[in-house]
Design a binder for this molecule. Structure first.
Ligand code: SF4
Length: 355
């Protein structure tokens, strides 16, 4: 069986069964524009065509396990179970400005071991297939559509490192941005990564319009290595010079994510280091207050106070570096990346570290 999102095999099998050349377009339209739930709902194709689909293509491979919405109705966290019993998450963030955003996962767990991250504590289980990524997006689009809302932005930044699963991520972006499918603008898709320099170069060749976000979290090698072991392979000088090339080629701003952890990376010295690192760059910093997730009893990390985040931000403003503070709209639903999956994994004994 193949996924219905597997265009190559779908076209081949339709052809082998003497289906008319326009059949593919009819099926594509039903799936991506009309949001059908099963093949029998497609009114434009014959019974024989439906049998071909039922015999060769599965429509869905993710089962919604949990669906939690925050008290203010702004954030919905979706926990999916794959057919091989793994758990992955996606998060819908509704904004009053209608810029509804979906964060999708591209891996089950993450191999990067960042010390502050729930997903890192899962260890790595496997890469997601392109159709498992597309299904998260399709599910969220349908959900928002039922609320008379549109999905506006997609960010590959939940359980990940997307560049470690590049081919599947690439294929999923192609499906999402195809005019005949979900017809998303490339500009409204963002890939968030923490380090893999060679893939950043490939990415700007493949998707010059797509936005890039960097999980920075520290502005010196010493500090970054202590919380993000990945910095050992690609130190900041290498990362920043690659990003300078990226900006020169694409003329696009780079978004930098900076998690604020009390006593770890939130001193005013740290702010000055960040201002120095990003001076004169086409950059936007997104400060993310650390989410103290109850599942991690070993962690002594605490979120930085609001007043310190403001002080930190002012140091960047002084040198004309724009920034925003992410509103923590999701504390009541364990919505930091990997929290639900970590909890679920622990309960079913599914996740184990690979060491
Ligand atoms: S912060 Fe990102 S890269 Fe680091 S462990 Fe978490 S998901 Fe992986």
């Amino acid at each position: 069986m193949y996924s219905i999102h597997d265009e190559e095999n779908l076209k081949r099998i339709l052809l082998e069964n003497w289906e008319k050349p326009f059949r593919y377009a009819q099926i594509e339209n039903a799936i991506y524009k009309n949001y059908i739930k099963k093949y029998d709902e497609i009114t434009t194709i014959s019974k024989v065509s439906k049998t071909i689909l039922n015999n060769n293509f599965f429509y869905s491979c993710l089962k919604l396990k949990t669906n939690i919405t925050s008290d203010d109705w702004q954030t919905t966290k979706l926990l999916f179970e794959t057919t091989d019993g793994k758990f992955l998450e996606a998060v819908i963030m509704r904004h009053l400005s209608w810029r509804n955003t979906l964060c999708v996962s591209s891996q089950v767990g993450c191999p990067m071991w960042c010390t502050f991250c729930a997903t890192g504590k899962l260890g790595f289980t496997r890469n997601l297939e392109f159709y498992e990524i597309v299904e998260q997006i399709l599910f969220a689009s349908k959900m928002l559509y039922q609320e008379w809302k549109n999905l506006r932005n997609i960010v590959y930044m939940w359980m990940w490192e997307p560049f470690l699963n590049y081919e599947n991520v690439k294929k999923s972006i192609e499906i999402v941005c195809s005019q005949n499918k979900l017809d998303f603008s490339n500009r409204r898709v963002t890939i968030s990564t923490c380090w893999i320099v060679p893939w950043i170069k490939k990415f700007w060749d493949d998707f010059p319009q797509t936005s890039l976000a960097i999980s920075l979290h520290a502005a010196t090698d010493e500090l970054r290595k202590s919380i993000m072991p990945c910095n050992i392979t690609y130190p900041l000088t290498m990362l920043m010079s690659t990003l300078d090339e990226y900006v020169a080629k694409t003329n696009k701003k780079v978004f930098y994510e900076y998690i604020m952890i009390a006593w770890v990376n939130d001193s005013l010295e740290n702010a000055k280091d960040l201002a120095w690192l990003l001076r004169w760059k086409l950059a936007h910093v997104n400060f993310i207050p650390y989410n103290e997730w109850e599942g991690d009893s070993d962690s002594e990390m605490k979120s930085t106070s609001k007043s310190r985040i403001k002080e930190f931000q002012n140091i960047l403003f002084d040198v004309w570096i724009p920034s925003t503070i992410r509103h923590t709209m999701w504390d009541d639903i364990d919505a930091a990346c990997g929290q639900l999956a970590t909890r679920e994994g622990r309960e079913v004994g599914d996740y184990s570290r690979k060491d």
